[in-house]
Design a protein around this ligand. Structure first.
Ligand code: SAM
Length: 247
C-alpha cells in the first residue's frame, strides 16, 4: 500500500491479528447492518464494501444474502489477499479492487445502482470535507431505496464523553481478550496507543461528529437517516436513498 495513504501493511497485519478483539461487538455490528439492508435473503443485488479489510463484513452480508454480488475495495494488498481467502466460497460473487480512499478516480469506475453501500472503520481517515464529498458521491451510486451504512469511530462532543468512550472501549477490549483468548495479551497491545479516545492520532484518524454526519446525509437527500447503534465511540449510522415514484 502506498505510504501516502497513511495506512501501512504493518497496520494491516496487526489489524488482521487483533481486529476481533479490539473492535467492540464486531459481529453484532455486522448483524445489525444486515438487518438494515432493504433486501430479502433470495434477492439478487449489488453491494460495495469501502475499506473492506479482510472482508468480514462482506462475508456476513453474503451469508445473509447468498445471491448478492459484492465489490470489495481496499488499499492494502495484504487485506485484499486475506479477503480473497476468507470469501473463497463466494469467489464468483465478489469483485476485489485496490483503491485509495483519498482519491476520487475509483468512484467513476463503480456501478451506479448499489442496493447497499457499507464501510467499517475506514472513512474516519478522511476529514470533514472529504467525508461530505464522499457521502454525496455515494448517494449518486445508490439505487433508489438502497442504503448506505457506515460503522465507524465518531468524534466525541466533549472531553467527558471522550473519557467515557475511552473507558468503555478499554473495558470491552479487556473482556473480549479474556473471553476469546484467555489472556490479556491483546489488551496489553491495545494499551499501546490504539484507544483513539485516550491517545488520538489526529494526523491519521479524523472522526467527525456524529450529529454533523447525520446532518450532511439529510442535506444530501438521504431519508431514514439515523444512528442505529453506538458503543465506545463506534457508531453504526446511515440513511436510505428515497425510492422514486416508479419504484
Ligand atoms: C481498521 S481497518 C478496517 C477493515 C474492515 N473494514 C473491518 O472493519 O474489519 C481499515 C481498513 O481501511 C483501509 N484503508 C485505510 N486507509 C486507506 C486508504 N487511504 N485507501 C484505501 N484503503 C485504506 C486499510 O487497508 C484497512 O483495510
Amino acid at each position: 500500500m502506498a505510504e501516502a495513504t497513511g495506512w501501512m501493511e504493518d497496520d494491516s497485519q496487526k489489524f488482521i491479528e487483533l481486529g476481533d478483539l479490539v473492535v467492540p461487538s464486531r459481529y453484532e455490528q455486522a448483524r445489525l447492518i444486515c438487518d438494515l439492508i432493504p433486501a430479502s435473503p433470495g434477492d439478487h443485488f449489488m453491494g460495495v464494501d469501502i475499506g473492506c479489510g479482510e472482508g468480514l463484513l462482506s462475508k456476513t452480508i453474503l451469508e445473509r444474502f447468498p445471491e448478492a454480488q459484492m465489490t470489495l475495495l481496499d488499499g492494502s494488498e495484504a487485506m485484499l489477499t486475506r479477503a480473497a481467502e476468507n470469501l473463497g466460497e463466494y469467489a464468483y460473487q465478489i469483485d476485489l479492487r485496490q483503491f485509495d480512499l483519498k482519491q476520487t478516480d475509483w468512484l467513476d469506475e463503480l456501478p451506479r445502482r448499489f442496493r447497499c453501500i457499507v464501510s467499517s472503520l475506514a472513512i474516519h481517515h478522511l476529514d470533514d470535507a472529504g467525508k461530505q464529498a464522499l457521502y454525496q458521491a455515494l448517494f449518486d451510486h445508490l439505487a433508489p431505496g438502497g442504503v448506505m451504512l457506515i460503522a465507524d469511530l465518531v468524534h466525541p462532543p466533549n472531553e467527558q464523553i471522550a473519557e467515557a468512550w475511552a473507558n468503555e472501549w478499554d473495558r470491552d477490549v479487556r473482556e473480549q481478550s479474556l473471553a476469546r483468548t484467555g489472556s490479556l495479551h491483546a489488551f496489553d497491545q491495545f494499551q499501546n496507543g490504539w484507544n483513539h479516545y485516550r491517545t488520538p492520532d489526529v494526523e491519521f484518524d479524523k472522526p467527525s461528529l456524529l450529529l454533523d454526519q447525520l446532518q450532511w446525509l439529510e442535506e444530501i437527500g438521504f431519508s431514514g437517516v439515523g444512528c442505529f447503534w453506538l458503543r465506545a465511540g463506534h457508531a453504526v449510522f446511515g440513511g436510505y436513498r428515497p425510492p422514486t415514484n416508479r419504484d
